[in-house]
Ligand binder design. Structure first.
Ligand SMILES: *Cc1c(COP(=O)(O)O)cnc(C)c1O
Length: 470
């Protein structure tokens, strides 16, 4: 493209968009092909990336090829490679190529799906994907948008849990003082429960003790609730986890649900990571009792090959959700909405504006098919079981928690020092990346197997490193 036409069209002409767009798809395809060979952590010091940027935004538009060049020169050196098959840290954020294309098209279409009428396709495909997932994961049928419940895509599990807490608070605050309301979770629950409770205005958040499998003890929950009632407080919300973040422990969802029903609490289930595994029938016993939940969240952006962000939030009954979150200024009044025939997703979460996130989910489900998604989950879980067997057989190491899914939690028997040193040494190899963590005072190492391209040989190499460095 000549200089002249750049002056004619600030930014990109559609012609240039075609050319650079194709170039960038090639660049990304190369990135995915080569990411396994890249050292997994960036070799940069704090401030080093910023130091490469000019102090002020440019007055004159730049040639787009310069922007692409900076992907190599500035961006890439500062990347932590989450999409590497050697990624075993935190939980995975396993994207995929169909999902990336869905994200691209979503950006290109620039939809805002706050009301049905502001993007019927965004709304209806989202509702339909939520319903597909009800069947794929064997969630309660009443959670379909065609029934009393329904699902919505939110940005993160933290957002979804916060939403559930706000609805629970609103319902309870009709009868009780805000000061009296109490939220509960196990002491192993994700920090988003406590944070959500704070943001939702709860003054009291209790963590409940766990058993030797790190699952919530229902009796401890009942005791904590009784103590609160005796002190004049009102148990309002309880979260049970299917797969805690620390060790993927599974709380007794049915027992917690029964207690919540009896005592009138809102029961939220956090399956942010492990929810994706339920696409395989053999793991569903671990979500037994979901029909006793008021709300539920899982993240296709963790382990179902949909790139961030895509978090599925379900409610068993959508009325309290909409009652709590619906605020109607005149400029959002809409005939179709008032007809009651459609879903307006703006009433299902805090933000008003919303992206067309269902597109990437739809494309992942269609282009892989449920069969291939099951195959991926089963492979990761089998690789985790294999690694567990090796750790169990090694006299230097032991697991600190069961491995119901694809997270292996283990430590060095020589103690915290040896465990911490082992984690550092493995990460310093720069071939793989895992997370050192703590259970109380006990150091342990988390190996989360779940990246889209992770295969047998990658875990094999990880084991060689553990074996050499232990
Ligand atoms: C990852 C995780 C979360 C937080 O997920 P975000 O989508 O990043 O907010 C919450 N709960 C559990 C159990 C998790 O594993």
């Amino acid at each position: 493209m000549s200089d002249e036409s750049r002056h004619d069209t600030p930014g990109l002409s559609s012609q240039e968009f075609r050319r650079y767009g194709k170039q960038l798809i090639d660049w990304l395809a190369d990135y995915w092909d080569e990411v396994a060979e890249t050292s997994i952590q960036p070799q940069v010091k704090p401030g080093e990336i910023r130091a490469k940027l000019p102090p002020r935004a440019p007055e004159k538009g730049e040639d787009f090829s310069a922007l692409i060049a900076d992907l190599e020169g500035i961006v890439k050196p500062g990347l932590t490679h989450w999409q590497s098959p050697n990624w075993f840290a935190y939980f995975p954020a396993n994207g995929s190529l169909p999902s990336i294309l869905g994200e691209l098209v979503s950006a290109g279409l620039g939809q805002q799906g706050m009301l049905w009428s502001t993007s019927p396709a965004c709304t209806e495909i989202e509702s339909h994907m939520a319903d597909w997932l009800v069947d794929l994961l064997a969630l309660p049928q009443s959670w379909k948008t065609t029934g009393p419940g329904g699902g919505v895509i939110q940005g993160s599990a933290s957002d979804a849990t916060h939403t559930a807490l706000v609805v629970a608070r609103d319902r309870a605050a009709e009868e009780h003082s805000l000061d009296a309301l109490v939220a509960y979770s196990s002491e192993q629950a994700h920090s988003s429960i406590e944070k959500g409770a704070k943001v939702a205005g709860f003054r009291h958040y209790r963590t409940v003790g766990v058993d030797d499998r790190l699952a919530m003890r229902p009796q401890a929950l009942e005791e904590a609730m009784a103590a609160d009632r005796a002190a004049g407080r009102v148990p309002t919300f309880v979260c049970s986890a299917v797969g805690t973040t620390g060790t993927t422990a599974v709380d007794p969802v049915r027992r917690v649900g029964e207690i919540a029903r009896r005592e009138g609490l809102w029961h939220h289930v956090d399956a942010a990571y492990a929810g994706s595994a339920m696409i395989c029938p053999e793991f569903r016993a671990l979500q037994d009792g979901l029909e006793l939940a008021d709300s539920y969240v899982f993240n296709p952006h963790k382990w179902l090959m949909v790139n961030f962000d895509c978090s599925m939030f379900y409610v068993a009954d959508r009325r309290p959700l909409i009652q709590t979150l619906s605020v109607l200024p005149p400029y959002l009044r809409d005939q179709t909405s008032e007809s009651g025939q459609v879903i307006d997703y703006r009433d299902w979460h805090v933000p008003l504006g919303r992206r067309f996130r269902a597109l990437k989910l739809w494309w992942v489900l269609r282009s892989f098919g449920a069969e291939n998604l099951r195959r991926m989950i089963r492979l990761h879980i089998e690789l985790a079981q294999e690694l567990s067997r090796r750790i169990d057989a090694d006299p230097r190491l032991e697991r600190v928690a069961p491995t119901p899914f694809a997270l292996v939690s283990f430590r060095h028997l020589d103690g915290n020092g040896a465990t911490d040193r082992l984690a550092v040494a493995i990460n310093q190899s720069d071939e793989v990346y895992l997370t050192p963590s703590k259970l109380g005072d006990l150091s342990f190492i988390r190996v989360a197997i779940g990246q889209t391209q992770t295969e047998h040989r990658h875990v094999e190499r990880l084991w060689e490193l553990i074996d050499q460095l232990a």
